[in-house]
Design a protein around this ligand. Structure first.
Ligand SMILES: Nc1ncnc2c1ncn2[C@@H]1O[C@H](COP(=O)(O)OP(=O)(O)OP(=O)(O)O)[C@@H](O)[C@H]1O
Ligand SMILES: [Mg+2]
Length: 258
């Protein structure tokens, strides 16, 4: 059973049809690269999945049940999170404070809550190491870390607190070559822990380096849904630009025909 299943998702902004009946699925432990030209509808689609926007029509099944998230908080509580490069960490706080944001461990002394700093630091260190990330000083405020380190903290935090589906919208746009390579490795490790990943990128090499499947959007419709090992960058470019009309069947049977 798929972790996420989209069936016939539509979204209009006034006269603009940004999504015209999008159907595809993401399994647990699968990385799906979502590709498409500027304006194809990628960000609109992931905003709908993450509860930031409401679809005009269509159904979303997550973890076996139909969902209609009212906002990002509800999606997050269900285990869906969007990771942008810098946005969701508090840069003036240290790594541990960010890791435990809203989930701080406390102990009461005479009825007064005290933060359990050492326990939180140890748990943060364990969680980061389990995800293959080493940050020497966890008391460092996040503003002094690199973009890649911030991303690794976000991803590991998400895994640690029981996240199930992570959406990355152009996560490497501001990163250098080495940081991007490490970011792709982090995605590999997240997948190995059974999490579903949707990766939006304009860089074909990144999609082919890490994705199990490639879904191509063009003008708000899915025009390709392909296993990465059964296609080529060339073919995908043609799907993106319209040089090839459409390949592959939608992965869902519940939606209207894509
Ligand atoms: N809030 C909005 N109001 C009106 N139109 C919108 C809104 N958001 C998106 N659109 C339109 O919907 C279409 C899809 O936009 P979207 O941002 O999803 O594209 P994208 O695939 O993410 O593109 P890019 O690669 O440039 O990020 C575009 O025509 C865009 O102008
Ligand atoms: Mg976008």
């Amino acid at each position: 059973m798929a972790l996420l299943e989209l069936a016939g998702i539509r979204k209009s902004f006034g006269a603009i049809e940004a999504l015209r009946g999008v159907s595809f699925a993401v399994s647990a432990g699968e990385v799906v690269a979502l590709l498409g030209d500027n304006g194809a509808g990628k960000s609109t689609l992931v905003k709908i999945i993450a509860g930031e926007e409401r679809a005009s029509a269509g159904r979303i099944l997550f973890d076996g049940a139909e969902v209609a998230f009212a906002d990002q908080g509800e999606a997050k509580a269900a285990g869906i999170e969007t990771v942008y490069q810098d946005l969701s960490l508090c840069t003036n706080l240290d790594v541990v404070a960010n890791f435990f944001m809203g989930r701080e461990l406390t102990r009461r002394v005479l009825g007064i809550p005290f933060l359990r700093d050492r326990a939180m630091e140890a748990e943060t260190r364990r969680a980061l190491e389990a995800g293959g990330t080493r940050i020497p000083r966890l008391g460092t405020s996040v503003e002094h870390l690199s973009g890649g380190q911030r991303q690794a903290i976000e991803l590991n935090r998400f895994v640690h607190w029981g996240g199930k589906l992570v959406i990355l919208d152009e996560p490497f746009a501001a990163l250098g070559v080495e940081q991007t390579r490490r970011g792709l490795e982090t995605i590999d490790r997240v997948r190995a822990r059974g999490i579903g990943v949707i990766l939006i990128t304009h860089v074909m090499a990144q999609a082919f380096a890490v994705a199990d499947r490639i879904v191509v959007l063009r003008h708000g419709s899915v025009v390709g849904d392909l296993r990465t090992d059964a296609t080529t960058p060339d073919e995908v470019v043609h799907l993106i630009t319209g040089g090839i009309e459409r390949i592959g069947q939608p992965t869902t049977t519940q939606g209207e025909p894509a």
